[in-house]
Design a protein around this ligand. Structure first.
Ligand code: NAP
Length: 237
């Protein structure tokens, strides 16, 4: 590997917005690792993106400690650093409202959307610190906002929405913890994107949804940290 090459890991990148983020980063000459809990699906996605740049598949289930550890060891052995971590893997198991959603539902959603992000980020922080100026991007949602217009319209799922609120809080905590390093940590909202996640009901393409993550992943030293953004700018917490 050319020592100046940047290395990025995108979790849940075998399809949807994550795959589009991987494509966008690869097109910029960044070595991209497609995190996929199913190794076969990851390999297929990596092969599909092979013409865009250097793309490799990496088995990674963000809810599985041994999978996370193996992924971190692989990155350490192959590259010795990680320049970009995109915490994109996410799930929404129901559209249940308050008073209906069960603890099992909360646990399942938080396991991926919140605890998975903590586990992956903590496992990879030593490698992110080895990069000259790493970027961490948490893929959040307008649904995670408590104050933005539209955050509570429709039928928001309490488990999903609150998991993204928690993810926003994590973003600020990590940014503060890392404030005396070159590492920047931000949350990005992709908008309503047509993917398997919503039965392709979204109005935006995965490429449009990926744009904010790619922007936050490639911020220069003057860029913000500890913020929550979409394509139009900062979003109310
Ligand atoms: P998607 O097409 O369903 O893709 C979700 C990805 O996450 C898949 O690759 C999935 O893997 C992976 N994943 C789920 N659980 C995982 C786990 N435990 N370990 C590793 N990977 C896991 O959904 P998407 O729309 O691209 O969503 C990507 C992110 O954007 C999510 O965080 C979502 O909350 C956020 N978001 C989406 C929208 C939207 O309108 N689509 C709006 C706001 C925010 P499998 O293929 O194995 O299931």
């Amino acid at each position: 590997m050319n020592p100046s090459s940047q290395v990025a890991l995108v979790t849940g990148a075998n399809k949807g917005i994550g795959k589009a983020i991987a494509e966008g980063l690869a097109k910029q000459g960044i070595i991209v690792l497609i995190g996929s809990r199913n190794a076969e699906r990851g390999a297929v996605a990596a092969a599909e993106l092979a013409q865009e740049g250097i793309v490799h598949s990496l088995q990674l289930d963000v809810t599985d400690a041994s999978s996370i550890q193996a992924a971190a060891e692989h990155i350490a052995a192959q590259y010795g650093k990680l320049d970009i971590l995109i915490n994109n893997a996410g799930t929404n198991v129901s559209r249940n409202k308050p008073g209906v959603a069960t603890l099992e539902e909360f646990r399942e959603v938080y396991e991926t959307n919140v605890f998975g992000v903590v586990a992956v980020t903590n496992a990879l922080l030593p490698l992110l610190r080895q990069a000259p100026a790493a970027r961490i991007v948490n893929i959040s949602s307008l649904r995670g906002s408590l104050g933005a217009e539209g955050a509570f319209t429709g039928q928001p799922s309490i488990s999903y929405s609150s998991s993204k609120t928690a993810l926003n809080a994590l973003t600020v905590h990590y940014a503060r913890e890392l404030a005396d390093t070159p590492i920047k940590v931000n949350a990005g909202a992709p908008g309503h994107v047509a993917t398997d996640f919503n039965g392709h009901s979204g109005t935006r393409t995965p490429e449009e949804g990926a744009a904010i993550a790619i922007h936050l992943a490639t911020l220069d030293e003057n860029g913000p940290t500890g913020g929550f953004f979409d394509d139009k700018g900062p979003i109310a917490w």
